[in-house]
Design a protein around this ligand. Structure first.
Ligand code: SME
Length: 164
């Protein structure tokens, strides 16, 4: 019998709760989450958040190379995941129509919508320089972490910042 597989996301979830330590500010918690994912997950060249501002997504806390600041809902992988409120895994970005290239070394991408009670707050975006980097385990693990972030933070405060 092999040892039971422990998801790295269970460990990351515990570390995040410890880092957040009851803090309720979205930007502070999201900044630490982007850093933890960027430095802990292998083969990742960009991790960050885009926050919904009306019918656009606006760049939020991230780690990696500078990126485009505004993306219209429906555009690129981020805009599509936001508009359809579903996780999108792109094994090869060259095959995704309308893909927005921020960093030339990115070859695969995963975008998880941040939504709560039907309200879309934005997306969590991860890029990798390896083709097919993201699995269904990554998708479900990151969906869980995204929900934890929204659950931990003061969502009313976000409503006051943005046109949600
Ligand atoms: N590639 C994304 C744009 C954001 S960057 O990857 C940081 C997209 O197509 O939406």
């Amino acid at each position: 019998m092999s040892e039971a597989h422990t998801s790295p996301y269970a460990t990351l979830a515990a570390e995040l709760e410890q880092l957040w330590a009851g803090e309720r500010d979205f930007f502070s918690c999201a900044a630490n989450m982007a850093a933890l994912l960027f430095w802990r997950l292998p083969e990742i060249n960009w991790v960050g958040f885009y926050l919904r501002d009306g019918d656009e997504l606006l760049l939020g806390p991230f780690q990696g190379q500078p990126a485009c600041q505004r993306i219209r809902l429906g555009q690129g992988v981020c805009g599509r995941a936001a508009q359809e409120q579903r996780t999108i895994v792109v094994p090869d970005v060259r095959n995704f129509p309308g893909y927005i290239a921020c960093t030339p070394e990115t070859l695969s991408e995963l975008v998880v919508p941040l939504s709560w009670d039907g309200c879309l707050y934005g997306v969590l975006d991860l890029d990798s320089p390896r083709l097919g980097r993201f699995t269904s385990e990554d998708a479900s693990g990151l969906e869980d972490l995204a929900l934890r972030l929204l659950s931990a933070t003061d969502r009313e405060r976000l409503h006051r910042y943005y046109r949600l």
